[in-house]
Design a binder for this molecule. Sequence first.
Ligand code: AMP
Ligand code: MG
Length: 486
Amino acid sequence: MFQFDNSYARLPDRFFASVYPEPVEGPKLLRFNQKLAAELGVEADLSDPDRLAAVLSGNVVPQGASPLAMAYAGHQFGNFVPQLGDGRAILIGEVMDRAGQRRDIQWKGAGPTPFSRRGDGRAALGPVIREYVVSEAMHALGIPATRALAAVSTGELVQREQEQQGAVFVRVAASHVRVGTFQFFAARGDTEGVRTLANYVIERHYPDLMGAQNPYLALLQAVADRQAELIARWLGVGFIHGVMNTDNMTISGETIDFGPCAFLDEYNPMKVFSSIDRQGRYAYRNQPGIGQWNIARLAEALVPLIDADEEKAVEAANAVLKAFGDTFQAHWIEVFRAKLGLVTARDGDGDLVQGLLSAMEENEADFTRTFRALCNAAEGHDDDLLACFADTAKLREWLPKWNERLAEEGRSPADVATEMRGVNPWLIARNHRIEEAIAAANYGDFSFFEKLVEALEKPFEERPEFADYAFSPTAEQKVARTFCGT
Ligand code: AMP
Ligand code: MG
């Protein structure tokens, strides 16, 4: 089924623990991502869903796999934990996809590993559905993210705050190496481990750096740049990751771990959904600062490789960290310029964007709907936009400035609007819709899950059959809190 080529398993023993999944009672295939399978060159016999479910749940280990749990550490809400590791995820193996890229395939929820600590190694159905929906939605929005190959129910119950149905999620990633993977070796004073890992990720994710004068400093820079861009793009769609611990930040620049994540409905830069984020550490607007903080932790791990002279190494790493803010800002303004339909850069564009955002904040305007309505406004149809604001005074002050700025670019309103509809999604994975899909799935009805996934495959297209998914939640539908549910 898979043509494996398992490079991580060839790394030194202390990088991982070899471990086989613990079989589950009654695996049932909930959803299989055929398009992604084709992209990966995975041959799946859909006429035999039971066999497919057996493999995708971990009951049958496919030929050529070298299952393992990766070792990693991490800062969780600012506190360092020297050993985390894959406590409920097992890397099945790696394949080379059709584009020649190496991709990890992982079972999440496949049973205990040496890194499970007190956890049961399992995943609950709800979080599996959330991760499936949101990771695929992110991908469809054009934002780098791990992918969903399959979801399987296990026929077993897992004990959480309440008893829940168990499931296994099959995740695909450019790799699962995290900032925390570097920290694992650094914390043990294992500089050779850090070096081996750095060489591995350079070859795998940043091959252009192999010839760089200082490849490890260049690696830090490259990872910082990708994270700065990624976070700018999250902000552009109102995404709140919710648990930006260093073990949840990839080296490849893909969004990973969709536990308590959520998209904004009304615009509020202080917004936090996660029930465990009591201080608002990972609030919407804190994300770039946290990104920088996490990159600083990566820098600390890399210091011994950057220069034999520690002072010089720290100085070089600090320069990269200092630039993070400007790099982020440059990506952020690029993202938001495009959202406003602008193609050139002018001084004052930042203020223009902020002007709209502060009017939105004051009015609790829906983030996604406002920007989508702005596309119509670019063609002179303001009604939808005005309807997003309780009090339109501030917006009415702002509109002429924006129109003037657009006029300076001299492009046809129809062209501007069309382009804007390609960057301002009509649909996002709204929290209340995810919760609805989870609630129905818990009663054995997967039709909401199916329809939601289908709707979010084309988030920029206005398809009448999915119109319900474009609405903001009503007061009763509103979801105040998200839970990791691990
Ligand atoms: P997460 O919050 O999913 O990023 O997980 C943080 C850490 O807790 C990782 O080391 C996970 O492997 C571990 N973990 C989370 N849930 C479980 C579980 N049910 N069983 C074992 N380990 C878990
Ligand atoms: Mg994690």
